[in-house]
Write a protein that binds this ligand. Sequence first.
Ligand SMILES: [Zn+2]
Length: 289
Amino acid sequence: MAEPGLLLIRGLGHSGSTLLDLVLGAHPSVVGLGEASRVLLSSSADEFAGYQLSDWRSEYNKPCTCGSMVDECELWSGFFSNWPNRREASFEDQFSRLISPLSNQSINWIVESYQSDESLLKMQRSRRPVRVIHLTRDVRSWIHSEARRGVSRYGRGRSVGWRGLQRWIRVNWRLEKKLRHFSQHSFRLGYEELALAPEASLKLLCDWLRLDFCRDMLQPQNSSRSHVIAGNRMRYLAGRRSRIEYDGAWLSSNSFSLRASLLVPGVASLNQRLVYSNNVLGEVWPLSR
Ligand SMILES: [Zn+2]
């Protein structure tokens, strides 16, 4: 049996990666790991390095989305049982070790969604196929949610929308440039496409991954077989949503930075290219592009 491929969800944070990870993990040939590389790279991991597994188990054991606690999970328990020595290995070796139990199962793709990590992109040099989904949220929707987060974090301020716009441009432009080297191995997906036309978008994505489309992906909460222990996935699973829904709160916003964002040179075309390239939303959406 061929080694399962690695499917990376990359892009700017808060762009819908949790939803996409959950949706992909509902396919019977796909297993999601959430932000597994964040667990491996986290600085707090260093402080565990001298721990015996028994100490670690009693203090840091937590639930995995597969339904087991970490110390009984088929994936994470094997990984952590060698915890004291693992820092001697390279990141790529650690990751390979983590996913090795999945090699003998009938799985085509392993999904990883720590969006700011770039080290796993280098795994393309291994014998395992690596593909990347560049997931992007409409710049106006992203600015709106960033401003809401900013207000709760820093208080109300005029510049929060503009700072968000700059970040959206910088991160997405840079990633687009980087992924040019991946040519056939990367897929642009808009969060709006995924959330507003999930079936059409997921059929295209499945074709690209050479998977049959599976309707379970449209109701991901019921079918996911993922092993996620980090990120906001747990909260998502605990939420009320059983279908894919779109949060369109930005549509009624009068924020100047949001309304003017598409007038900034280059932004409208970048937004169009990254968010709406699959043409699944017809002519009406996105409004006033
Ligand atoms: Zn698990």
